[in-house]
Structure formats: structure tokens, C-alpha cells
Design a protein around this ligand. Structure first.
Ligand SMILES: [Zn+2]
Ligand SMILES: [Zn+2]
Length: 259
């Protein structure tokens, strides 16, 4: 059987996807890490979520696992490209086919689908029998830095991105829209693992803040969502003191800013 691509083409796609994925992650996570953990160490100390961390941060170990996950994500994206070459996906390559409104709408739909998928996949990974084998590694980072954003066990890395495969078979997605979504995901995921709270208190009610996910790392229960604080509220998996803690950090930061 003749393949609709050559091995060199596939290697090239894998190389480009891996380089772009790793490059944008290093740029974004590096900028936030440098800005908060070095430049802001003293200046933004009041915004630090763990004022007295019980465990040290392990950015190099986080980075190592994030690079490994990004390699796996790239292989999965190559799989998507291969399926597309066999004409099995709804992926399209010309923006004009569906227009810019759909291009933007598809990014929003990906975020909503991923957000809900993540809540239930994350709860599944907290099942005691699954946790040990799949999700424990990510929870080893009690005091996370931006480099922990993709620091997963390989099995978790596969679960994290599995949602895109069925979606790409059903919904027209432009590769550029997928790339925009990945950048958005990285920025918001890096903020979740920042270790510093940057949002005003009212945001905590509706969105996932750094404090929301930091509490998930320190306490290991509840707080399963990615972007919107919807399922956690509906299912009662928010910590009762979450919003008060975000408020407390904001008040501390305001007090420290006064001359
Ligand atoms: Zn978890
Ligand atoms: Zn995390």
C-alpha cells in the first residue's frame, strides 16, 4: 500500500511540531519563572501563595518531565497529521473554507471541551487505584513553579491530550487555531502553576486562579478544573476557604505596597 506521505515528511512534521511546542513553552514558562521567582522574589513576596513552603520547589525535575510530555504530545499531534493525510479527520487547511469567525469560535469550543473533559479526567486520575500509577508524579511537586505545567507521568500526558483526537474527527479545526489554543493553554497553565497570585479576588469566583491550583498541589483533593470554576462549584469540590485565601493574598499585597 502506498502511504500518502514519506517517512522524511513525517520526521519533518514531528521535528517542527516538537521544536515549536518546546520553544513556546520554554519562552512562556521561562518568562514567568524569571519574572516572579527571580525579579519578583522580594518585590512580589506578598503575592507568594505558599508563604512558608513545606517542600522546596524542584524546577529542573519539573522541566525534565515537561519536556518528556511535550515529546509525547508531539507524537500524538503527528498521529493527527497522519490521520489527516488519510483523509480521516475534519481538519482543514484554508481559513477561507469556514472563515475567521469559525476560526475564533473553534478556539473557544476547544477550550470549553477541554475544560469539562479535564475536570472528569482529573477526577478519574484521583481514583486511588489510578492515582498511584498515573497522577502521583504531578502531585510530587508540592511547591510548583511554571515548569511543572506539563510535568506528567507519560500515561497522564496521553490522558491530558486524548480529547483532541475525537474532536478533530468531528469538528473542523484549522491547524493555526489549534496552535493558538495550545499557546492559550500554556499561558493559563503556567499561571496556574505560578506559585504567585496575580488575579483580583472577584476572579476566583468564576475562574481558576494560581491559588486554586496551588491548593490542589498542597492538599491533593478537590479543585479539579482547568479554566472556569464551574464544575468544581456544581460538584462541591471547591475548598470552602478558597475565595477567602485569594482575598487574603490581595489584602496582603495591598498592605505591603503602602509606603
Ligand atoms: Zn490532581
Ligand atoms: Zn498542577
Amino acid at each position: 500500500m502506498m502511504l500518502p506521505f514519506t517517512a522524511w515528511e513525517a520526521m519533518g512534521v514531528l521535528g517542527v511540531v516538537f521544536a515549536l511546542f518546546l520553544g513556546h513553552f520554554l519562552l512562556i514558562a521561562g518568562a514567568f519563572y524569571g519574572g516572579f521567582w527571580f525579579w519578583g522574589r522580594e518585590r512580589l513576596a506578598a503575592r507568594r501563595i505558599q508563604q512558608q513552603p513545606l517542600r522546596a520547589a524542584r524546577p529542573l525535575r519539573e522541566l525534565l518531565y515537561s519536556v518528556l510530555s511535550i515529546a509525547l504530545f508531539s507524537v500524538m499531534l503527528l498521529g493527527l497529521w497522519v490521520l489527516d493525510r488519510f483523509d480521516l479527520t475534519a481538519i482543514y487547511w484554508k481559513v477561507s473554507e469556514y472563515g475567521w469567525i469559525w476560526f475564533l469560535a473553534s478556539i473557544a469550543i476547544m477550550a470549553l471541551v477541554h475544560d469539562s473533559y479535564y475536570y472528569w479526567a482529573h477526577r478519574f486520575m484521583h481514583h486511588p487505584r489510578v492515582f498511584r500509577r498515573v497522577h502521583k508524579l504531578h502531585h510530587g511537586f508540592h511547591n510548583p513553579t511554571p515548569f511543572a505545567s506539563y510535568a506528567f507521568h507519560p500515561l497522564e500526558a496521553i490522558i491530558e491530550v486524548a480529547w483532541i483526537l475525537p474532536l478533530a474527527l468531528l469538528m473542523p479545526i484549522h491547524p493555526g487555531a489549534l496552535a493558538c489554543y495550545v499557546v492559550l493553554l500554556t499561558v493559563l497553565n503556567v499561571i496556574s502553576h505560578l506559585g504567585y497570585e496575580t488575579y483580583p479576588a472577584w476572579v476566583a469566583r468564576w475562574f481558576i486562579t494560581s491559588t486554586h491550583h496551588n491548593l490542589h498541589h498542597t492538599r491533593g483533593r478537590g479543585h479539579f478544573m482547568l479554566y472556569f470554576n464551574i464544575w468544581d462549584r456544581l460538584m462541591g469540590t471547591n475548598a470552602h476557604d478558597y475565595e477567602a485565601l485569594v482575598e487574603e493574598i490581595n489584602l496582603r499585597a495591598q498592605a505591603s505596597a503602602r509606603p
